[in-house]
Write a new protein. Structure first.
Length: 305
């Protein structure tokens, strides 16, 4: 098979490896290099770096809506295009080019959490499980029929970063299974998505990172987990702005206004919430690194409660 792979972030790298296991990837599409770091130098995407290491030609069009970009893809004569977190819209003219169409690996159990941030939104919402779907792409946003899927439970203290890494590997396995069927002459049977249970995973925004102490502690604990490692939850604690990397919900020791520091010890900083208390276990001061609550209290002797 002649496979064209389209992806950009680290999440897509295991899928690229799976697709290229038989040296069938004839080209990789990824987003243009972006400024990054303190020097703001142009930095290639993780997918581009992986493709270069494997000697796969890389194309980085700004858009696939122009005829020239579509003609370039057509000249590659792909049997299949595999898309994993590419970040560009594929118009219908592109979807029609490959013999077997375009497959997408999506990190949720569709139709729940269509959109840009399915991993984080699943944790934030308190879902018990999530998974990966291999989907036949169509013009709508993650609306195509599902070819294969695999579910997995979400750990009680699993962060967005940890779940991201697990689902990246699970996605590669699901893609590998689908490609194995196709190589054997068996086309996976498309199953239309259910009409109910649709939820959209809107893109993460730094403005969401601020913790609102009037909310229940369980809600805030999920947000802390979901937003680790980005954008990282933040809050004002005892007059100081802190980024919160790790926290759990606990019963409130006493009634108090939301935002009140209830206790401070080696186990963490307990902050009163609308319901219960949030125990901050790993925090970060401005300009510092992530540290345990115990280490933080060594620098804040005034917080003995």
């Amino acid at each position: 098979m002649r496979i064209v792979f389209a992806g950009t972030p680290a999440f897509a790298v295991p899928c690229l490896r799976a697709a290229h296991a038989r040296n069938e990837v004839v080209a990789v599409y990824t987003q243009p290099d972006r400024p990054s770091g303190r020097g703001r130098g142009l930095t290639p995407s993780p997918v581009k770096l992986e493709a270069m290491q494997r000697g796969i030609p890389v194309l980085q069009p700004v858009s696939l809506k122009k005829k020239a970009s579509q003609d370039a893809l057509r000249e590659l004569a792909p049997d299949l295009v595999v898309v994993v977190a590419y970040g560009l819209i594929l118009p219908q003219a592109v979807l029609d080019i490959p013999r077997f169409g375009c497959w997408n690996v999506h990190a949720s159990l569709l139709p729940r959490w269509r959109g840009a941030a399915p991993i984080q939104r699943a944790i934030e919402a308190g879902d018990a499980e999530t998974g990966v779907c291999l989907m036949q792409m169509e013009a709508g946003l993650d609306t195509g029929p599902v070819l294969l899927s695999q579910s997995t439970p979400i750990g009680a203290e699993e962060t967005g970063g940890q779940l991201h890494d697990r689902l990246a590997e699970l996605g590669a396995q699901v893609l590998s299974d689908g490609l194995g069927l196709l190589r054997a002459g068996i086309r996976p049977v498309p199953q239309p998505q259910a009409q109910y249970g649709v939820a959209y995973a809107h893109k993460l925004d730094k403005a969401e990172a601020r913790l609102d102490w009037s909310l229940p502690a369980d809600t805030l604990a999920r947000k802390v987990r979901a937003f680790n490692p980005w954008p990282v939850a933040e809050a004002t604690v005892a007059g100081e702005r802190l980024r919160v990397h790790g926290a759990v919900a606990v019963p409130a020791a006493r009634p108090a206004a939301p935002g009140t520091l209830l206790a401070a010890g080696k186990q963490g900083l307990d902050i009163a919430c609308g319901e219960g208390a949030l125990r901050l276990r790993v925090v970060q001061r401005d300009g510092g690194k992530a540290i345990t609550a115990a280490d933080y209290l060594n620098a804040r002797r005034d917080l003995g409660v």
